[in-house]
Design a protein around this ligand. Structure first.
Ligand SMILES: Cc1ncc(COP(=O)(O)O)c(C=O)c1O
Length: 475
């Protein structure tokens, strides 16, 4: 392949991406793939001979791009998946063209990662000592990284070296979460050998926020039983309702009890940029660690999470292992990123973060985020005003938890059956996309607003679609 062949194909690829993005809003949000289209991908034979780039691009146009997940569309309100930031899309090509391993060394990607991790900390107002964080695949991985540091610190204080001795024989370390804490925390606890039964679900108030008095009582019970409380996981935006915990009283308690405070800000931490809700995040900066996802509200193309820590030495103590073939006498004080987490070969995620933030600037991002929080509050008002809908939680950030409750329907089992079916029914209709969950024992619908291109008309379409799908169910 000549460089002219590559250039021509790259221009075609740019057209493909631009056509795809430009055409998204006019099409269905999502539609099931027909069997033939699915089989084309599933049954693709291993090619013995190579094919020219233009043929591959034609196959992408024909077989791949017409079948998106839906998250680029302004009426996609499912899970926590954003439309890609255009600047981030462009950056992925240059990052792949360089294709470094951002493990460490003296090349642009490594220095850019240090800068964007600092930018992320500055955006959310988290302290950032040099070396106090790294980019990860997502918050699931960032949580493993942060909780490993928390576990090792607590074990060390109890006279245990987990890296050498493992956990066997140690009194159980206990962590505190709520019923709404994301499943990635339990995964991390299981993987780190803590055992999910040593995660206590502390009660929340009616606002979905962790109750500090209940937390204090749970810690006292565990200490009295000879266990070692070590961790509290608070949320800067739960995935079910977008609830943000009251960080100050939790941080006070953690300081008093010498517990590590970790905050899951995967979805919601960037909400602090919206002036109307910034007050909800008071005390966030007091956490020992914060996991958050630029690939959610900022729209950085997947994948990109971030782990931020107050004390970088704790990460390095948990992960640093430098075999002789990776010695780098010129690495300087901070060493390599690979000493602060699990990954050795690391992708160049920083360029798409840099491009996304640099394109919008802090003010542009704040305006986008404020817009989606305002739209979410508007959706909450529309739900409240509709006699056939019921708002199930205060709209604290940009997630709206509600259900269809056709006037007069009081049978909880019937309401559960109806609302459990609705997300898939709405999705199949293709005009809007939302997902469901269980909250306080009830089936709910949840709409997550992340896309600044969404309009009030889109909100009206979403609610009309929920009701139309409900009529299909009853009819
Ligand atoms: C609140 C919350 N925490 C953690 C996660 C896990 O993040 P990731 O999927 O980036 O690993 C998510 C994902 O949606 C989330 O919403």
């Amino acid at each position: 392949m000549t460089s002219d062949d590559f250039r021509a194909a790259a221009h075609t690829a740019a057209d493909l991406a631009a056509d795809h993005l430009a055409g998204l809003a006019a099409g269905p949000v999502w539609q099931p793939m027909d069997d033939a289209a699915r089989r084309t991908l599933l049954d693709a034979p291993l090619p013995a001979a190579g094919r020219p780039l233009d043929e591959l691009l034609a196959a992408v146009r024909r077989d791949v791009l017409p079948h998106p997940m839906g998250n680029g569309h302004p009426r996609f309100f499912g899970w926590v998946n954003s439309a890609p930031a255009p600047a981030g899309v462009l950056a992925t090509l240059a990052a792949a063209a360089m294709n470094p391993s951002s493990a460490g060394g003296d090349h642009a990607d490594v220095h850019l990662e240090r800068a964007v991790v600092r930018w992320i900390a500055e955006l959310v107002g988290f302290p950032h000592p040099a070396g106090g964080g790294l980019l990860t695949s997502g918050t699931s991985m960032a949580t493993i990284v942060c909780l490993a540091a928390a576990r090792n610190r607590a074990a060390r204080a109890a006279g245990w070296d987990v890296r050498e001795d493992g956990l066997a024989g140690m009194p159980p370390l206990v962590g505190y979460v709520t019923g709404e804490t994301h499943s990635c925390v339990r995964k991390a606890a299981e993987l780190l050998g803590l055992g999910s039964k040593h995660l206590r679900a502390v009660a929340t108030g009616a606002d979905g926020r962790l109750d500090p008095a209940e937390l204090r009582a749970a810690i006292a019970r565990d200490r009295a039983a000879g266990l070692l409380p070590f961790l509290v996981v608070a949320s800067a935006g739960t995935v079910g309702t977008g609830a943000v915990d009251a960080f100050d009283p939790i941080a006070d308690l953690c300081a008093e009890e010498r517990l590590w405070l970790h905050v899951d800000g995967a979805y919601g931490a960037f909400g602090v940029l919206a002036p109307e809700i910034a007050h909800r995040y008071a005390g966030l900066a007091r956490a020992d660690s914060l996991a958050l996802d630029p690939h959610k509200w900022l729209g950085v193309p997947v994948d990109c999470g971030c782990a931020l820590v107050r004390d970088p030495a704790e990460l390095r103590a948990a992960f640093s292992l430098v075999p002789s073939y990776l010695r780098d006498e010129a690495a300087g004080e901070l060493g390599w990123f690979s000493e602060y987490g699990t990954e050795q070969t690391r992708p160049f995620r920083a360029l798409k973060v840099w491009a996304t933030i640099a394109h919008r600037g802090r003010d542009g991002l704040a305006a986008d985020i404020a817009r989606t929080t305002a739209l979410a509050r508007r959706l909450g008002e529309l739900v409240t005003a509709d006699p056939d809908l019921e708002l199930l939680a205060e709209v604290q950030t940009s997630i709206v938890a509600f259900r269809l409750r056709p006037a007069g329907e009081a049978d909880e089992a019937a309401l559960d059956a109806l609302n459990r079916e609705l997300p898939a029914a709405v999705q199949r209709r293709g005009r809007a996309f939302l997902t469901g969950a269980r909250l306080d024992g009830r089936e709910i619908l949840r709409a997550c607003l992340l896309n600044p291109a969404t309009t009030e008309e889109d909100l009206a379409v979403l609610l009309a679609e929920v009701k139309a799908a409900g009529r299909e169910h009853s009819g």
